[in-house]
Design a protein around this ligand. Structure first.
Ligand SMILES: C[S@@+](CC[C@H](N)C(=O)[O-])C[C@H]1O[C@@H](n2cnc3c(N)ncnc32)[C@H](O)[C@@H]1O
Length: 282
């Protein structure tokens, strides 16, 4: 399958999965390789044949959906955002929590891949924030749709290349060498628990989060309708005044209500207090 054939296939297939082509343009090589492998497994000789196969076999759609997942992540991705969370957002959320008599902040990392994002948040909290808010603890829920990634997240063992953006002192203190990899110690992993959850299906069991990170998933790959529904779900998952963090190249669709920018530069939004009941996106 040539690049052009794969692009044509994706432009036809993605909207049928409530996904959007512009999100995939830059990362299509990874996705196209997977479709090429699938074509070989099925003994099909090109994108057109696969398209016809999909039309005849409804069971293939969940497979196509699986093949479209982009799983790239790394520790301290967009480090300026984590700096902003440490300096501004977490202290303010902490002060609010203390004012209402809470002893714990709750965070949710949505689409947490192999744990890089929730563990970065745990590291930031442990080394930069906890000392300033000694009366508070932090608990993080990491969810993803992919069990293989979640298993890796539980193991918390990473190649050095995934850790390049972390300060050397954190590496030395929080990780131990395990063969050619580095394993996070329980002082950090204990902050995080993981679960399988499909963001398209609504809220996980937990809600009333103070902080939700939904980066490089819904607002890159989902189509606009699904983005609006997802924004409403994320709004419901947050407590009033809580923070939503998107990826550096993402923003909420204009039709979404219930949030106000906290930092436009860092793509952080604050949940508005809604006096008229729950917020629903258009
Ligand atoms: C590109 S990675 C982003 C990881 C991390 N948030 C970051 O910014 O580095 C997207 C992750 O979302 C997960 N994902 C894809 N579709 C999902 C869905 N419907 N519900 C939950 N997670 C999903 C993928 O398995 C993948 O781990």
């Amino acid at each position: 399958m040539t690049d052009d054939e794969c692009i044509t296939l994706l432009q036809w297939l993605l909207p049928r999965l409530a996904l959007r082509w512009p999100g995939f343009r830059r990362v299509r090589k990874q996705v196209c390789k997977r479709f090429q492998r699938r074509l070989s497994e099925l003994g099909l000789d090109g994108a057109d044949a696969y398209r016809q196969y999909l039309q005849r076999n409804p069971d293939e759609w969940p497979v196509a959906d699986y093949l479209c997942r982009v799983t790239i992540s790394r520790f301290n991705r967009d480090r300026g955002v984590f700096g902003y969370l440490a300096d501004q957002v977490l202290p303010e959320l902490g002060a609010r929590a203390e004012a209402r008599g809470a002893t714990r902040l709750e965070a949710w990392s949505v689409g947490c891949a192999s744990g890089e994002e929730p563990y970065t948040l745990a590291l930031i909290w442990h080394y930069e924030v906890a000392g300033r808010l000694p009366a508070l603890s932090l608990r993080i829920l990491g969810t993803d749709i992919d069990d293989v990634l979640l298993q890796r997240a539980q193991q918390a063992c990473y190649p050095g290349s995934a850790l390049k953006a972390l300060p050397g002192e954190w590496l030395a203190d929080a990780f131990e060498q395990a063969g050619n990899s580095y394993r996070l110690k329980p002082t950090i992993t204990d902050y995080v628990r993981f679960g399988n959850h499909d963001l398209r299906k609504g809220l996980p069991n937990d809600h009333d989060f103070d902080l939700v990170l939904c980066r490089n998933l819904a607002f890159t790959y989902f189509d606009e309708n699904l983005q609006c529904r997802t924004a409403a779900t994320l709004n419901r998952s947050l407590r009033d005044g809580g923070a939503l963090v998107l990826g550096q190249h993402e923003r909420l669709p204009d039709a979404v209500a219930g949030f106000t920018p906290w930092s436009s530069a860092h793509r952080v939004y604050r949940k508005l207090v809604d006096e008229n009941g729950p917020v629903t996106a258009a």
